[in-house]
Design a protein around this ligand. Structure first.
Ligand code: NAD
Ligand code: UGA
Length: 464
């Protein structure tokens, strides 16, 4: 099968970067990214690439060299469906906020809308690729919708989950650990579809890194990969608490266990808890699926990963309160970092939101600075928690554009995100302008304790 054009429905953190790399690596193929969010599409089309809706190292240069050559951003979903041989679905699949499965199951309404639109508009046979993270057996539902769409054309459904991490998305896409393609390899049409998608990746990915599986294994592997990664973070975070009471140092423990090649050194950084739009959502989904198959022990095992994450966030906020003499009322506390990790402007489910909320409930005055997250987004995040009115949030939480202003007169500073620039600040200047005693709560263990203690700071470091 010769593929001339592909499209992706959903121009978000996955759709945008993924399709940019496809366009860059497959110059003979036309790539279209479509979205219902006109504002987002306008940002993707902004001539000034510093205004793209997503900050991701390396992304703007790829967009600069491919956009309007073989990469196009548009709101015309119908046209994109009609023109494309392969259609990727990369829409959001958030945790359901209503009805059966509320707060647990993935909300598949956006995926379903895409399936219905494909059924309605398709004017030739199509390969449909699930790029969104979906519960195991979703392809069955998509197939059912398409088969009942009265379309005269046939559709082959593949699962091709995305494993990129934000902040390193471009590198992850260019050099993936693996590409997983799930499909019906027992039928001729299934084999052809798998090969067509594989051929796209073969433009830059070694064949031995492309794994083909049945569709259910592929859907489930994506949830399991995220669950395993999150489990490591929760595991090391439990050990950080133990280290704090035993005078062990979690960094040394991580290093010692990570040197065992069976354990490996990655994902062993203790923190204020994992954030991001996916870990919690995908584990809740896994728990929901296990429960729905009546596997309560499996569900409870994975639920603990979330339970520990919430505990770690609360524990960090409570540590700030207890060290500040058990009251933070009217004290200025500066949170450095709002993004859920460095090198992204994404703050979805960031631990900063929950720590800020906890401290605001204790009547603290919160200041914050993040190199990439906008003021508008920070207020939207704290409003979404629904603990206070919007007016109260704007009175009690101040967003600064300058880190030194953010730290001025503060009683305490908390490091929430591991941005490299925080290590390079003039900490003497910050200390001089703070209320005394001046406290630092390093939730990412990135600062040099000895230097800061010499300056006069009182320091708490996670896991130390
Ligand atoms: P996102 O919210 O950034 O983007 C999704 C986009 O889809 C939005 O812009 C939305 O407007 C658009 N959309 C929704 N319904 C639509 C429709 N019917 N037609 C056209 N556009 C529509 O989400 P994301 O972070 O890109 O995640 C997308 C999926 O990929 C999720 O399932 C997620 O779990 C998965 N995933 C995300 C990451 C990540 O790092 N963010 C990594 C791997 C997998
Ligand atoms: C994660 C996975 O790493 C990707 O493979 C996956 O594709 C993606 O989720 C997804 O499905 O959305 P992402 O959430 O972008 O990627 O970022 P991670 O690097 O995994 O970090 C997640 C959270 O865990 C961050 O808050 C990070 O600070 C935290 N973390 C990570 C730790 O606290 N300690 C660690 O050692 C590693």
């Amino acid at each position: 099968m010769i593929v001339k054009q592909i499209c992706c429905i959903g121009a978000g953190y996955v759709g945008g970067p993924t399709m940019s790399v496809f366009a860059d690596k497959c110059p003979d193929i036309k790539v279209k990214v479509v979205d219902v969010n006109t504002n987002r599409i306008e940002q993707w089309n902004d001539e000034d690439v510093s205004k793209l809706p997503i900050y991701e190292p390396g992304l703007s240069s790829i967009v600069s060299r491919t956009r309007n050559k073989n990469l196009f951003f548009s709101t015309d979903v119908k046209k994109a469906i009609q023109e494309s041989d392969i259609i990727f679905i990369s829409v959001n699949t958030p945790t359901k906020q209503y009805g059966v499965g509320k707060d647990m199951a993935a909300d598949l309404k956006y995926v379903e809308i895409c399936a219905r639109e494909i059924g309605k508009y398709a004017n030739s046979d199509k390969i449909i690729v699930e790029k969104s993270t979906l519960p195991v057996r979703t392809a069955e539902a998509i197939k059912d919708i398409l088969e009942n769409s009265q379309s005269e054309f046939s559709f082959e459904i593949l699962s091709n989950p995305e494993f990129l991490a934000e902040g390193t998305a471009i590198d992850d896409l260019i050099s993936p650990d693996r590409v997983l393609i799930g499909g019906d390899y027992h039928t001729e049409s299934g084999k052809k579809a798998i090969q067509a998608l594989k051929n796209l990746y073969l433009n830059w990915v070694d064949e031995d890194k492309i794994m083909v599986s049945n569709i259910w294994s592929s859907e489930l592997s994506k949830l399991v990969a995220n669950a395993f990664l999150a489990q490591r973070v929760s595991s090391i975070n439990t050990i950080s608490e133990l280290c704090e009471v035993t005078e062990a140092d979690v960094k040394e423990v991580s290093k010692a266990i990570g040197m065992d090649s069976r354990i490996g050194s990655k994902f062993l950084n203790a923190s204020i808890g994992f954030g991001g739009s996916c870990f919690q959502k995908d584990i809740l989904n896994l728990v929901y699926i296990a429960n729905s198959y009546n596997l309560p022990e499996v569900a409870e095992y994975w639920n603990q990963v979330i339970h520990i994450n919430n505990h770690q966030r609360r524990r960090f906020a409570n540590k700030i309160i207890s060290r500040l003499y058990n009251t933070v009322s009217d004290k200025k506390i500066t949170l450095l970092g709002w993004a859920f990790k460095k090198d992204t402007n994404d703050s979805r489910e960031s631990s900063s939101i929950y720590v800020a909320d906890h401290l605001l409930n204790e009547q603290a005055l919160i200041s914050t600075f993040d190199p990439k997250v906008s003021e508008e987004q920070i207020y939207a995040d704290i409003d979404a928690v629904n603990s206070r009115t919007e007016i109260e949030n704007r009175t009690l939480l101040t967003v600064y554009k300058d880190p030194y202003e953010a730290c001025k007169d503060a009683h305490a500073i908390a490091i929430m995100t591991e941005w490299e620039e925080f290590k390079l600040y003039d900490w003497q200047r910050i200390y001089d302008a703070m209320s005394k005693p001046a406290f630092i709560f390093d939730g990412r263990a990135i600062l040099n304790n000895e230097d800061l203690i010499r300056i006069g700071f009182k320091i708490y470091t996670i896991g130390k």
